[in-house]
Structures are given as C-alpha cells and as structure tokens.
Design a protein around this ligand. Sequence first.
Ligand code: MLT
Ligand code: MN
Ligand code: ZN
Length: 320
Amino acid sequence: MKAVVLGSAAGGGVPQWNCACVNCQLARRGAGVKPRTQDSLAVSADGRAWFLLNASPDVARQIERAAFLQPFEDRDGALRTGRDGSGPALRQSPIAGAVLTNGDLDHCLGLLCLREWARLSVYATSNVLSGLVVHNALFRTLQRTSSAVAFRELGLEARTPLCDRSGESTGLLVTAFPVLGKVPLHLAGRVPLTPETNVGLIVTDERSGEELVYVPGAASLEGISERAEGADCLLLDGTFWSGRELADLGRGYPLADDMAHMPVGGARGSLERLSEIRVRQRVYTHINNTNPMLRDGSPERLEVEGRGWRIAEDGMEIAL
Ligand code: MLT
Ligand code: MN
Ligand code: ZN
C-alpha cells in the first residue's frame, strides 16, 4: 500500500486566515513552523488508483502538488480515456473516490471542489451521507448526471472493498469503527450523536495485508488501541496539545473536550496513554494551528518525537 499525507492541519489550516497566534506568524515568515493544508490522506494499493481519506477544502491545491493525483498523458503524449475506459478522454483522474470519517466541513467540503464531471465513489456511514445528501442541497450538484458521484454506505465493523465508480475493486479494503466524536457544527441540534457520527478507518491492502489505521478525530481513545495494535501505521488526532489550548486564548473559546478532540500532552493525553501500544509507525495529524508541537525544537515536539511519534507534514510519504 502507498500512503501520502496531503494535508496535516485541523480545520482552517496553518496559518489560518484570521489568526495572529505565534505559530501562524512563524508559518507566514517561514520560521520554524511549516504551513499545512487541511487533513487528508491519499492511499493506493497499486499506485494508480487512489482514494482520498477525507476530502479537504484544499484538495485542488493538494492535487496540483502531487503529480500522482493528476490526469496523465501516455508517453506519446496522447490523452488517455478514463481508467475505466469511460467518459470523455479529457476528463480522467487517478482519484477513484473518497472515504469520509465524519461530516465536518474540513473533511467533506473538498467533494464540492471536485464537482466538474466527477466520477467518484464516496464512502461514509449512512449518518454522514444523510448529512451531505439529505440535509444539504449543495451536495446534489455532485449527482447532476446518472454517472456522477456514487455515495456508498459504509457499515460499522464491515470490511468493505473500495471500488471505483464502475464497481471495479482497487485492491483496498476499509473497515469503519466507531470513535467518540461530535455532530458537525452545522448539524448541531438537528441530528443525534450516534456511533456512526465519527469513525476511525482501518485500510487494508488486500494482497499484501498491510494495514493502516486513520483516526483524525477522537474524543476518547476507546476502541482505538486494540485496532492499532499490530498495524503498520497509526495516524491519530493531534489537534490540541492541551485541553485548555483554545480556552486560554480568551473568553468564549472552547475546551478541547467541547470540540471532541482529546489532547496529546498531559497525564490523560494520548501520548502518555498510548505509549505501550505496539504499532510500527505512529503519526499525529489534523493538527491545530495553536498546537506548540508544530514548532521545530519546542519541548512538546521533542517529547513527541522522543516517544517515537512523528508529526505529519503535507507531502509526507508513509512507507508501509
Ligand atoms: C473539528 O475537527 O473539530 C472540526 O473540524 C471543527 C470545525 O468544523 O470547524
Ligand atoms: Mn476537523
Ligand atoms: Zn494561529
């Protein structure tokens, strides 16, 4: 399996357009904090057909930075038809589809950026799909022709083959498992919190058996360590270093708990609580612009790296 981090920041990215915090200023000056786009991971079994795990609002920029996601020409310069032999030759993409972990805008707005004659398979739990398709008329734009985006339901705990729009398997299997989260801001008060609201994904290469566990949002570690035990890689929610990281900025800012993200640092943080887990590679992603571990050489960065974790960066390839 191939896996490439397309975006490694939480909602808003780093720097964030209206933020003057230390990290955002350092990122703008190119001084010790790398700019990051919003959370998304590209995975592929064969390096030809790719699935996006979450579709970030920055997806167009992410594609232009990743040659493997761009429409391709044959060696003689002729434009190929789509990978499945369909569609006008000018319109094709190595992107077969996307899998969503929840309905937050930073994870699904990118689908709307991919609306031009898209032939994509979009997998998500039925709760997340109804948030897009039933509660949100904008997403109907993705279904303007009968061959456009197919929304496919992901049952919890069911190993599901990831297939392209025409139903051909891409060699990857995905299993969604419940992780405590919260309903997206725009659906608060309209839909209940259920085990399908927010999920982690286990992506398995059907042939090699390689396994990657992707959990960019988690309010609790329940269910995560047993899934990650023995996996080739765990990518975990690294939104906040501490529970009061935003609250300490001033009145009206939420606690990490209110946003359903468990902190990395501290006695109750994921770094301490997952220190014993056996997983070949461990990477924090979906990192908020305020998180001190984004700063090169900060004590928080040294602590994370000292314990064998890496901080995701845009473009990082994960060798499996
Ligand atoms: C989150 O990860 O908590 C959300 O992306 C927040 C948001 O929707 O702005
Ligand atoms: Mn988010
Ligand atoms: Zn900032």
